[in-house]
Design a protein. Structure first.
Length: 311
């Protein structure tokens, strides 16, 4: 291995919003084919990596991380160990994660940690895989990890990990309404399957393969918020609203107070409201904050995992 030249590397990676999410029929292997339009937004995780003999992770930042695992089940640790095993690196790493993306909020915070860890350790250890070499490892770690590595706006198909960049221009303004509870992704999928089984007479059979609607791709390509508001969709939303009925009231509140549209992001419970401008975002944030709803204002798209500092 090349000698360690850097003593510390800090990388930031973005959370994401699913502005479109379609879920196909339940397959025999227990998985679903999905079609998603991801947008990386300006809410970032930061991972700082320093050389160590063992692998460890600790958390800082504004989010309560008391419930997060710090063993091999943590995605950042898994990412570091996977990179070490594939490149023959024999040392370890001490990771410090500055968390800003809500935990179990449907915004891919854990995936951002994994992507940032891959980039940080590759730089720290001099393993030299670079972004293209890290992408296959990212896909092994989870469906959202390759997107956190790449950022921008992208279509995800298959299990969500087969990415193709989507042309996008301009910036979209979002107000995120955060929830104190987390929603388990497997539970949300299971609830969707039950809902579809119970209402198969009305809904009809689900297709095995799904795709992102042309309308949503066109909306991001021309940077038009009104068109995107009309085209946004999330198949998982019906299940998230069943599990957390209060989200229905939240969606109605935001849309009655100036949002072009609201959507449950991914498996929830974070709700993303699309607005026209920074000023409208500030006004909606004020309205929600007065109702004691925790909010964040973000814009998208933003780049994927990037080195902030190395010395």
């Amino acid at each position: 291995m090349s000698p360690i030249l850097k003593r510390t590397v800090t990388v930031r990676a973005p959370g994401k919003i699913n502005v479109f999410f379609r879920v196909g029929a339940l397959q025999d292997d227990g998985y679903h084919d999905v079609a998603s339009l991801y947008q990386a937004v300006s809410l970032f995780e930061e991972v700082t990596a320093t050389p160590a003999d063992e692998f460890s992770v600790r958390f800082t930042g504004p989010i309560d991380t008391a419930g997060l695992a710090t063993d091999d089940s943590n995605l950042a640790i898994a990412a570091a160990k996977l990179l070490a095993s594939r490149t023959g690196y024999t040392g370890g790493v001490a990771l410090t994660v500055l968390k800003r993306v809500p935990i179990a909020g449907g915004m891919g915070g854990g995936s951002a940690d994994a992507a940032a860890t891959l980039v940080a350790c590759d730089e720290l250890w001099g393993t030299g895989l670079g972004r293209s070499g890290l992408l296959p490892l990212a896909a092994e770690l989870g469906a959202d990890v390759p997107f956190a590595l790449e950022g921008g706006t992208a279509v995800g198909t298959g299990r969500g990990d087969e990415l193709s960049p989507a042309l996008a221009q301009g910036a979209f303004h979002w107000v995120l309404a955060l929830s104190d509870m987390g929603l388990s992704t497997p539970l949300v999928y299971g609830t969707l399957d039950q809902h579809r089984d119970a209402h198969v007479g009305d809904l009809g059979p689900q297709p095995d393969l799904v795709k992102v609607d042309t309308a949503v791709l066109q909306a991001v390509r021309i940077g038009d918020a009104d068109s995107l508001a009309d085209a946004m969709h999330n198949d998982l939303q019906v299940a998230a609203l069943k599990l957390a009925p209060e989200l229905s009231e939240l969606l109605e509140l935001g849309e009655s107070r100036g949002a072009l549209a609201g959507i449950v992001s991914g498996s929830g419970p974070t709700v993303a409201f699309l607005v026209h401008s920074a000023q409208e975002a500030a006004e909606l944030r004020g309205t929600l904050t007065r109702r004691d709803i925790r909010t964040l204002v973000v814009t998208g798209p933003v780049p994927g995992a990037r080195v902030l500092d190395a010395h």
